[in-house]
Design a protein around this ligand. Structure first.
Ligand SMILES: C[S@@+](CC[C@H](N)C(=O)[O-])C[C@H]1O[C@@H](n2cnc3c(N)ncnc32)[C@H](O)[C@@H]1O
Length: 277
């Protein structure tokens, strides 16, 4: 069921080709050109499916969370005033990225994970599944309805007990964690895009990233907006573009923007990735 989500919507090339397909039909362009456009769209889809097929399958628990997220009556809950905004299942990372998170979490003795942006628990559970028994994910969530839903879903899973939910804003949570002198080996940022630059600065200023730690940042390509400047969805693209600029100009870190799904930025302190000239 989770496979019903069309993650290709993140890609502006795919969206542009879909528009072109309609235009070509309307304007009676030659069947050959029509067929060529269909083939290009197919190839994008086939490549994406091929990546999905060659990734590890989700655990039963992860599948449970992804299916529950797709099935959840979000519109009804929103209409009843239970939610502060109308969520979409596209907000969860999905299996391909979840398996990448599992790989990255299982590398380099990661034990303490901080997540900004829990939603229904897909990414939190993926990381928890790759932690040792005494490992922990602390995940921040501002919306009480979503936090409750995530807790009830995580409680149905084997590794959900490794996920602690921190209710409230990411900004307040970062301050509280710093007051408690906590440090994290892995920090996954997947929260309000306007706050990305602030959270990045706070993480370093407040000493929340442990020595040798890694920061992962989702939606670094935000529907293509940081480079198309189209403003496809609200002002999230501006927040992400600002954040990407901050990271690009930060000489103290090693960074790589991986074009998986909606883009994943990986940031590590320069000294942790070895010397280069
Ligand atoms: C993109 S979703 C996270 C998806 C999740 N990582 C996953 O893969 O399933 C972002 C979540 O962050 C929450 N959120 C938004 N702004 C926040 C803030 N300032 N502080 C804490 N949580 C916030 C939203 O309610 C939403 O559930």
């Amino acid at each position: 069921m989770a496979s019903e989500i069309n993650f290709l919507q993140f890609d502006p090339v795919y969206r542009q080709l879909q528009k072109l397909k309609v235009k070509v039909r309307e304007e009676n362009v030659s069947p050959e050109i029509n067929a060529e456009i269909e083939r290009i769209i197919d190839l994008i889809k086939i490549r994406s499916d091929y990546c999905d097929e060659n990734a590890a399958s989700p655990s039963k628990d992860l599948q449970l969370i992804m299916d529950a997220t797709v099935r959840h009556p979000w519109q009804t809950a929103y209409d009843e005033g239970k939610l502060s905004f109308l969520p979409t299942p596209l907000m969860m990372i999905g299996n391909l990225e979840a398996q990448l998170l599992r790989s990255l979490t299982s590398m380099g003795n990661v034990k303490r994970v901080l997540e900004l942006g829990l939603f229904t628990g897909c990414s939190a559970l993926a990381m928890a599944e790759s932690l040792p028994e005494d490992g922990k994910v602390i995940s921040c969530e501002i919306d009480p309805y979503i936090a409750n839903l995530a807790r009830s879903l995580l409680d149905k899973t084997t590794c959900g007990n490794k996920v602690d939910i921190m209710r409230g804003s990411a900004k307040d949570s970062l301050k509280i964690l710093a007051e408690k002198k906590m440090e994290f080996d892995l920090i996954f940022i997947d929260v309000d895009k306007s706050g990305y630059s602030l959270y990045y600065k706070m993480i370093f200023d407040l000493g929340l990233l442990a020595p040798g730690g890694t920061i992962l940042v989702d939606n670094a390509l935000f529907f293509g907006d940081p480079y198309t400047k189209e403003g496809f969805i609200g002002d999230g693209g501006e927040g992400v573009a600002r954040f990407n600029d901050v990271v690009r100009q930060d000489e103290s870190v090693h960074k790589i923007l991986v074009p998986i799904r909606d883009g994943l930025m990986i940031v590590r302190r320069k000294e942790d990735v070895g010397k280069s000239n």
